[in-house]
Design a protein around this ligand. Structure first.
Ligand code: CA
Ligand code: CA
Ligand code: CA
Ligand code: CA
Length: 660
């Protein structure tokens, strides 16, 4: 028995040492790794498809393909030096079948060129279903193309080009967005799951000669070889036709009668290195002025200290002398040394500013923890008599949210932050339902549920019906308005993570404020733009990793029944119908007056012909706008009546006739 076994080992050993002649698809196999790993293999008469710096790709000619979609007909040959072959060469290769960080290749090869100028094998066509957008994904969904020529038409870039020359793409016309739910393959019964958009892959251009794109740019056509690197599949293009317009997507110019608040996460703006700080403030100045269009108030996150903030304010002023911003920052001791801050333009009066929630704590597993590492920062502002507040937030990120050790803490902390803010904001609404509050900043949460915590749903009182592990508690009423949902679906993002566009930053307003809101937009020059400009002081592109958002409002509300056109004078109109029986409608207008109190004390009363008051139809504070009131006289006798409108100093009376 022992003798037979020894003989078998010797025979196998001899087999391994002698090169086996195989087709490429046999070397690749149907699995995730080559069945010949570590063995010497020979494969003859294949076509070179692409030559890289120290390697090349080759593929089985069409005539010899196994036509098996589960095996790749292509493979990389790694030389470690410049290959002396060209695309179209037919070659014989002997070398070691290797899995180099899970990329199948033939290494230490000897290469013989058989002939030149052969046609390249036909590329496999990718489309909206290949790679599959659906989970569960076959393990070899892209592995089966590894090393092989593929192509697609009318795809789209889903990220900007990174510093290595790579960008994310899909072989379909729809961009990939973060979707509601828990990251697949994690799941909790009854809760939504985000499929992770498996249809994404990278396109690798070369850092020495990168193709610069931004997310959303159309890829008219790409053909290239599939590679695997650092956990992701990608294509090295041999043909690439892509839109390279990287113009920033900026806010419109601010109309004269509007005011604005913006938010921007500054991605660790510190003064550790003064040269870096000078470049960065130059970029921030451009981003704030040219992309955000100089909002009247800018809420900033991740600013280290007052020196940094002051340097930025000074830079903006030196770039445009008409812009005078005052910086507000409360340096709060926290682990990152990063703080919330405001820049406030001249013309806006700041009456107070303070942190909230510094003392809030929650309990978990016998421990007590701070609810906020970065307590929200409140600013009280006033424009003439129009008072409003801006609450700047930077909530706990989702990092480690799925982790079996730390995940629970992250989830509970996010839930506790949401609850604290919901209660705090509802207290404001309870004490004064007309409070105009904008809660702006980096929520580290989406406008929908992430399956664990519906952060925005809890804070706004407008929960995502898909639900969350921590059910939204009924605290906030009336609901707050997340302006993110006002922006076009395709524009709802401030951040891009591996090709998934997502809104982490939001501007939420009380419903009392929403009636004054005229404009909201995410502005884009960062999150899905080329990283190449991050050290270019002359460009606003790649100023931060987040994009900003801007909203604008007037100090007078949007007309309720007039389609937004506000009256410019007091009017009490003749009732209609008139004569009437028994109901009629009375309409009146309260004008917009710039720079003065915009709430009127309004009364509308009905009198009989003897001057006796019959009824008060309106008695309250009202904003500029057009109003309409029904009057029902079914219990009154026929006759002449009068109605009188008082609004501030304005008084007007009209006559009407009830005919029964
Ligand atoms: Ca095949
Ligand atoms: Ca592989
Ligand atoms: Ca492989
Ligand atoms: Ca998806």
């Amino acid at each position: 028995m022992k003798k037979i076994f020894t003989m078998l080992v010797l025979i196998l050993g001899a087999f391994v040492l002698n090169a086996q002649t195989l087709e490429i698809y046999e070397i690749q196999g149907e699995g995730m790794t080559t069945p010949y790993e570590g063995q010497t293999v020979t494969t003859n008469n294949n076509i070179v498809t692409m030559v890289l710096g120290n390697s090349f790709f080759m593929q089985t000619p069409d005539s010899r393909s196994d036509n098996n979609p589960n095996t790749s007909d292509g493979i990389m040959v790694y030389l470690g030096q410049t290959p002396e072959v060209e695309a179209g060469d037919m070659v014989n290769v002997t070398g070691t079948a290797t899995e180099y960080y899970d990329m199948t290749e033939i290494s230490n090869p000897s290469v013989t060129v058989v002939s030149h100028n052969n046609p390249l094998p036909t590329a496999v066509l990718w489309d909206e279903n290949t790679p599959s957008p659906n989970q569960p994904w076959p393990e070899n969904e892209i592995e089966r193309f590894e090393g092989m020529l593929v192509e697609f038409y009318n795809g789209v870039a889903v990220s900007g080009t990174n510093i290595h020359g790579d960008f994310w793409a899909v072989a379909k016309s729809q961009r990939t967005f973060r979707e509601p739910g828990i990251d697949y393959p994690h799941r909790i019964s009854g809760l939504p799951v985000f499929d992770m958009n498996p249809e994404k892959f990278e396109i690798d251009t070369f850092s020495s000669d990168p193709t610069l794109v931004k997310g959303g740019n159309v890829i008219t056509h790409v053909k290239g070889c599939v590679r695997y690197s650092f956990g992701d599949y990608g294509i090295y293009p041999i043909e690439l036709e892509v839109d390279t317009d990287i113009t920033p997507d900026v806010a419109s110019d601010q109309p004269e009668n509007q005011y604005s608040v913006g938010t921007l996460n500054c991605h660790v703006l510190n003064d550790d290195d003064n040269a870096v700080l000078q470049t960065r403030v130059a970029k921030f100045s451009k981003y704030i002025r040219e992309v955000m269009k100089s909002p009247d108030i800018i809420a900033l996150q991740e600013v280290e200290n007052n020196n940094v903030l002051q340097t930025l304010a000074n830079k903006i002023h030196s770039d445009d002398a008409s812009l005078n911003y005052t910086g507000y920052i409360i340096e709060y001791d926290n682990f990152s040394g990063l703080n919330l801050a405001f820049l406030v333009k001249d013309g806006i009066t700041v009456t107070d500013n303070f942190l909230v929630g510094e003392t809030a704590t929650f309990n978990l597993g016998g421990g007590t923890y701070d609810t906020f590492d970065r307590p929200p920062y409140m600013l009280y502002a006033q424009i003439d008599n129009f008072a409003f507040r801006v609450l700047n937030v930077h909530l706990r990120s989702r990092n480690s949210i799925d982790d079996s050790q730390d995940g629970e803490f992250v989830r509970v902390k996010r839930h506790e932050q949401s609850l604290w803010l919901a209660n705090y904001l509802q207290n404001i609404q309870n004490s004064n339902p007309t409070s105009k509050v904008a809660i702006v900043g980096d929520y580290n949460a989406f406008e929908f549920t992430d399956g664990y915590v519906d952060v925005l749903g809890q804070i706004t009182g407008d929960p995502d019906p898909l639900g969350a592990l921590f059910e939204v508690q009924n605290i906030v009423n009336p609901p707050l308005v997340n302006l993110t949902k006002n922006d076009a679906q395709a524009n709802r993002y401030s951040y891009v993570y591996e090709g998934d566009a997502q809104a982490l930053d939001h501007i939420v307003v009380t419903s009392a404020f929403n009636n004054y809101v005229r404009y909201f937009k995410f502005v884009h020059a960062n999150s899905d733009y080329p990283e190449y400009f991050e050290n270019d002081a002359s460009s606003p592109i790649a100023t931060s990793d987040h994009d900003g958002a801007v909203f604008r409002f007037t100090t007078y509300p949007i007309g309720v029944e007039d389609g937004g056109v506000l009256p410019t004078k007091f009017v009490l109109n003749q009732n209609y119908p008139n004569p009437f029986n028994p109901t009629t409608t009375i309409t009146y207008s309260l004008p917009v007056t710039r720079g003065v109190e915009t709430q009127y004390t309004v009364s509308l009363q009905i009198f009989n012909s003897l001057g006796q008051k019959i009824v008060t139809l309106v008695n309250k504070e009202q904003a500029p706008g057009n109003y309409s009131v029904q009057f029902n006289a079914e219990n009154l006798p026929s006759g002449v009546y009068f109605y009188t409108l008082r609004a501030g100093d304005f008084v007007s009376t009209r006559k009407m006739i009830l005919m029964k």
